[in-house]
Design a protein around this ligand. Structure first.
Ligand SMILES: Cc1cc2nc3c(=O)[nH]c(=O)nc-3n(C[C@H](O)[C@H](O)[C@H](O)COP(=O)(O)OP(=O)(O)OC[C@H]3O[C@@H](n4cnc5c(N)ncnc54)[C@H](O)[C@@H]3O)c2cc1C
Length: 261
């Protein structure tokens, strides 16, 4: 039977762009360009390698995000994923991590899955909590932060590298894994891949397709709320130490003054 892999991919604001909060203190996503979260490219790459090693596998990429989030799906499809699901609904505006995990879990259940592959964190929110929340909601094991991953005989295996030791972990499928940026370079889409992606199916679901009510998500359903936000202060000119024989001492005094030493 085909191994059904769902990869969760997030469309994030381009970090090189000028990002702002909107009046309701949510991230203003309308004024900035976005892209597939770089850390999710590793998840797509690992899913492709798992699929290559399997007799028969199908990769679905899934995103919860605004209209433009289709760009993230297209990129993942051009890398080699088979099909895509886009959950989009105006009522998702302001959804927090708990709400995002609810929507993802409902969509994953509806799509059907043996293995969910996620990134270690998004490059905008960077909470690194969504894979664990999704696993809990699906009621399946989670093996997170893997720098190596493979699937054999209905078991997902991987290595998690810590500061002082590496663990070998495994879980029976169905399961959720997240992979780190140490799991292996993500491939660039080939021209053939980009052309093929244009013809691959992208399904759109809204909250009602997932049996969810508006008040379960969005700002109304959010457990975490941003109370205030301030623009980062402009950079000030640095301190230049001119070495006229006392440079070392002056540097040490500067660092001590800043409590670095
Ligand atoms: C339209 C919209 C509006 C939002 N507005 C707000 C807001 O106002 N305030 C707020 O706090 N949050 C908001 N969110 C949610 C927020 O952007 C994050 O998705 C959520 O808080 C998860 O946190 P994170 O990005 O740190 O995920 P992490 O836990 O760091 O992500 C880990 C992994 O989970 C997966 N993942 C995470 N998010 C998604 C996603 N959306 N789709 C697919 N896979 C995903 C990826 O594989 C990712 O690598 C909104 C989300 C959407 C879609």
């Amino acid at each position: 039977m085909s191994l059904r892999i769902v990869v969760t991919v997030k469309y994030v604001p381009d970090a090189t762009g000028d990002r702002h909060f909107a009046d309701d203190l949510t991230v203003d996503r309308d004024d900035v360009d976005g892209l597939l979260s770089e850390l999710d490219e590793y998840a797509v790459e690992q899913a492709l390698q798992i699929a290559d090693a399997a007799d028969d596998a199908e990769i679905t990429v899934l995103t919860v995000g605004p209209e433009d989030a289709k760009d993230a799906l297209r990129k993942a499809l051009s890398m080699g994923a088979d099909k895509a699901i886009h959950v989009e609904d105006d009522d998702l505006h302001g959804t927090d991590a708990i709400g995002t995990s609810l929507v993802l879990a409902k969509a994953i259940e509806k799509a059907g899955f043996d293995l969910v592959v996620s990134g270690m964190a998004s490059t905008d929110g960077t909470m690194g909590v969504v894979p664990a929340l999704v696993a809990e909601r699906l009621g399946v094991p989670q093996v997170t932060l893997l720098s190596e991953v493979s699937v054999e005989d209905g078991v997902v295996k991987g290595r998690r590298d810590g500061d002082s030791a590496s663990e070998q972990l495994e879980a029976s499928l169905p399961a959720v894994v997240s992979v780190t940026d140490q799991s292996g370079e993500a491939r660039y889409p080939s021209f053939k891949g980009i052309m093929a992606a244009k013809k691959k199916p992208v399904q759109s679901w809204d909250l009602s397709d997932l049996g969810l009510e508006a008040e379960e998500v969005g700002l109304e359903g959010a457990y975490s709320v941003v109370d205030s936000a301030a623009q980062r202060p402009a950079r000030t000119a640095g301190t230049i130490v001119k070495d006229e024989g006392e440079g070392g001492k002056q540097l040490a005094a500067f660092l001590a003054g800043q409590k670095f030493i």
